[in-house]
Design a protein around this ligand. Structure first.
Ligand SMILES: Nc1nc2c([nH]c(=O)n2[C@H]2C[C@H](O)[C@@H](COP(=O)(O)OP(=O)(O)OP(=O)(O)O)O2)c(=O)[nH]1
Length: 177
């Protein structure tokens, strides 16, 4: 069933094609070449980007929500932002709202991009968007994860982040400051 979602201006479903163009431009910058084609597999000179993983930089009262993975064993105990793979036919904002509904049981509003794309193993990229709770009093809960916590700017370095998220820490800090 589709979750109850709320999108900000950047997440309008009809923005999907524009988002794909933006994706191509971003990927082109990443690999230093022009990126051709639309769809889920982007042909680039150095390989194919197979999937976009979206993450929500969910901020409330100057703090960022992080969640602790329970699996796979290699990453269990490490921290990441809520999110996941953009499925076929979804806008990135919709995927983010769906993942936050599934993982945290909250409704979010999706805002602007945060930081640059980070390459992940397997030809995937991690792409972060700012987000807020539609009902700020609603408390996210760890539905699929081991734990969740709100981190202030001074707490960001105290957490064992996934490697890609560690690269994004300056962008997370800038968002909070
Ligand atoms: N959600 C999320 N995933 C991240 C982050 N940083 C990072 O490296 N990843 C990686 C971990 C996983 O390899 C991948 C996301 O997989 P996932 O298992 O959470 O998402 P999903 O349910 O949609 O994945 P799948 O089962 O469809 O493959 O991205 C992050 O901050 N948030």
């Amino acid at each position: 069933m589709r979750p109850n979602v709320a999108f900000g201006a950047s997440g309008a479903p009809n923005a999907t094609l524009g988002a794909l163009d933006a994706t191509n431009a971003t990927l082109g910058r990443l690999v230093g070449c022009r990126v051709r084609g639309r769809g889920r597999g982007f042909r680039v000179s150095s390989g194919t980007v197979n999937a976009v993983i979206v993450g929500a930089a969910l901020v409330r009262d100057g703090k960022l929500l992080a969640q602790q993975r329970a699996w796979p064993p290699k990453h269990a105990g490490q921290w990441e932002l809520p999110g996941g793979r953009v499925e076929a036919g979804e806008s990135e904002a919709f995927a983010l709202a769906r993942e936050c509904s599934e993982e945290l049981d909250v409704v979010i509003e999706v805002g602007a991009r945060v930081g640059e794309d980070v390459a992940l193993p397997g030809g995937r990229v991690l792409r972060i968007y700012a987000a807020t709770l539609v009902s700020p009093g609603e408390e996210p809960r760890a539905v699929e994860h081991r734990a969740v916590q709100w981190l202030g700017p001074d707490d960001l370095d105290d957490v064992d982040w996934l490697p890609a998220d560690r690269i994004l820490l300056p962008a997370f800090r800038a968002l909070l400051n």
